[in-house]
Design a protein. Sequence first.
Length: 228
Amino acid sequence: MQSLILFAQIPLAQVEAEPIVTESMLFVYAQACGWFLPVFVLISIVFVTLTIMNWLAVSRNGIVPSEMIEQFHEKLEAKEYQEAYETAKNSDSVLGKIWAVGLVKMSDNVAAAEQAMKDTAEEEVIRLEHRLCYLGTVAAVSPMVGLLGTVVGMIKAFSVIARGGPPNASELADGIAMALVTTQIGLMIAIPALVLFEIFKNRLAQLVFELNLQTENALQQFKNVAAK
């Protein structure tokens, strides 16, 4: 009973618990990554940039714009060939470039126009595919960087144990944190990159199929014009 009275007489400031210092998760992740942090930042910037570029490039307006197609065929049917050329040239689309080249080569012959259109179509499709492959590269490289972080973190943790004696808990936790956090960040970048790569690839295949159909239709019109 006397001990309880003595404890009650202790000033409240002496028995108050020390305040718990909390750190934001962003700071914890950045600290755990170590020198891998700038690598992941660079990969993230490249990922966002390639996503925006492919989003704009692999679109109907960028490859086979419906409005331009309608205007082009109207000009051809009206035998307004110069206006049709201007329509294709000013559309700033893949199909517009192909048709513009075909009309220029029509001054030679239909065979030259056909070959020029096929060459231009192949060049433009290859350019789109190469840009899309860079996004696939990000999806492949990012988890590999995360795996490298896992290896480095585990080596760091085991080196603490290998010193002998009781391991320092803080140093041991740093190595394990690096291994886990770098793996997580690598996967967080790779998963959406892979999903977007597949979406853009399928979208590009569909638009390239429509591009080939429109190119063949225009070539047939060119042949009909040359036969008259």
